[in-house]
Design a protein. Structure first.
Length: 94
Protein backbone atom coordinates (compact mmCIF):
# COMPACT_ATOMS: atom_id res chain seq x y z
CA UNK A 1 0.00 0.00 0.00
CA UNK A 2 1.48 3.29 -1.08
CA UNK A 3 1.83 6.20 1.33
CA UNK A 4 1.80 8.80 -1.43
CA UNK A 5 -1.63 8.51 -3.01
CA UNK A 6 -4.41 6.09 -3.62
CA UNK A 7 -3.78 3.63 -6.44
CA UNK A 8 -5.93 4.10 -9.54
CA UNK A 9 -8.48 1.44 -10.40
CA UNK A 10 -7.50 -0.41 -13.55
CA UNK A 11 -10.06 -1.24 -16.18
CA UNK A 12 -10.41 -4.91 -17.03
CA UNK A 13 -9.92 -5.40 -20.76
CA UNK A 14 -12.46 -7.86 -22.24
CA UNK A 15 -11.09 -11.14 -23.53
CA UNK A 16 -10.23 -11.21 -27.26
CA UNK A 17 -12.33 -14.25 -28.22
CA UNK A 18 -15.73 -13.46 -26.67
CA UNK A 19 -15.34 -9.80 -25.62
CA UNK A 20 -16.54 -10.44 -22.06
CA UNK A 21 -14.93 -8.70 -19.08
CA UNK A 22 -16.39 -11.12 -16.49
CA UNK A 23 -14.71 -13.98 -18.34
CA UNK A 24 -11.42 -12.06 -18.17
CA UNK A 25 -11.80 -11.63 -14.40
CA UNK A 26 -12.42 -15.38 -14.11
CA UNK A 27 -9.27 -16.08 -16.15
CA UNK A 28 -7.28 -13.76 -13.91
CA UNK A 29 -8.49 -15.64 -10.83
CA UNK A 30 -7.44 -18.97 -12.39
CA UNK A 31 -4.05 -17.60 -13.49
CA UNK A 32 -1.02 -18.69 -11.43
CA UNK A 33 2.39 -17.05 -11.47
CA UNK A 34 1.40 -14.71 -14.32
CA UNK A 35 0.75 -17.49 -16.83
CA UNK A 36 -2.18 -15.93 -18.64
CA UNK A 37 -1.89 -18.04 -21.78
CA UNK A 38 -2.22 -21.22 -19.72
CA UNK A 39 -5.30 -19.81 -17.97
CA UNK A 40 -6.80 -18.86 -21.35
CA UNK A 41 -6.19 -22.38 -22.65
CA UNK A 42 -7.95 -23.88 -19.62
CA UNK A 43 -10.97 -21.56 -19.81
CA UNK A 44 -11.38 -21.66 -23.59
CA UNK A 45 -11.03 -25.46 -23.56
CA UNK A 46 -13.75 -25.73 -20.92
CA UNK A 47 -16.01 -23.38 -22.89
CA UNK A 48 -15.47 -25.44 -26.06
CA UNK A 49 -16.47 -28.60 -24.19
CA UNK A 50 -19.57 -26.84 -22.84
CA UNK A 51 -20.54 -25.80 -26.35
CA UNK A 52 -20.07 -29.33 -27.73
CA UNK A 53 -22.13 -30.97 -24.98
CA UNK A 54 -24.99 -28.49 -24.70
CA UNK A 55 -25.12 -26.94 -28.21
CA UNK A 56 -25.70 -23.51 -26.59
CA UNK A 57 -23.70 -20.32 -26.29
CA UNK A 58 -20.93 -21.12 -23.76
CA UNK A 59 -20.67 -17.54 -22.45
CA UNK A 60 -24.38 -17.48 -21.58
CA UNK A 61 -23.99 -20.85 -19.84
CA UNK A 62 -21.02 -19.45 -17.89
CA UNK A 63 -23.04 -16.42 -16.73
CA UNK A 64 -25.97 -18.67 -15.77
CA UNK A 65 -23.61 -20.84 -13.71
CA UNK A 66 -22.29 -17.72 -11.95
CA UNK A 67 -25.84 -16.61 -11.11
CA UNK A 68 -26.57 -20.07 -9.67
CA UNK A 69 -23.47 -19.93 -7.45
CA UNK A 70 -23.96 -16.37 -6.15
CA UNK A 71 -25.44 -16.11 -2.64
CA UNK A 72 -29.06 -15.00 -2.21
CA UNK A 73 -28.53 -13.59 1.28
CA UNK A 74 -25.65 -11.73 2.85
CA UNK A 75 -24.89 -12.54 6.49
CA UNK A 76 -23.99 -9.61 8.73
CA UNK A 77 -23.10 -9.42 12.41
CA UNK A 78 -25.43 -7.49 14.72
CA UNK A 79 -24.66 -6.48 18.26
CA UNK A 80 -27.29 -7.63 20.71
CA UNK A 81 -26.79 -6.62 24.31
CA UNK A 82 -23.14 -6.45 25.34
CA UNK A 83 -20.51 -8.23 23.31
CA UNK A 84 -22.85 -10.89 21.96
CA UNK A 85 -23.19 -10.84 18.20
CA UNK A 86 -25.82 -12.60 16.16
CA UNK A 87 -25.65 -13.41 12.49
CA UNK A 88 -28.54 -11.78 10.62
CA UNK A 89 -29.42 -12.34 6.98
CA UNK A 90 -29.76 -9.27 4.77
CA UNK A 91 -30.93 -9.09 1.16
CA UNK A 92 -28.12 -9.32 -1.35
CA UNK A 93 -28.47 -7.17 -4.49
CA UNK A 94 -28.69 -9.32 -7.65
Amino acid sequence: MSRRRRADKREVIPDPKFGDSVLTKFMNSIMKEGKKSAAERIVYGALDQMEKKSKQNPVELFHEALRNVMPALEVRSRRVGGAVRRRVGACWPP
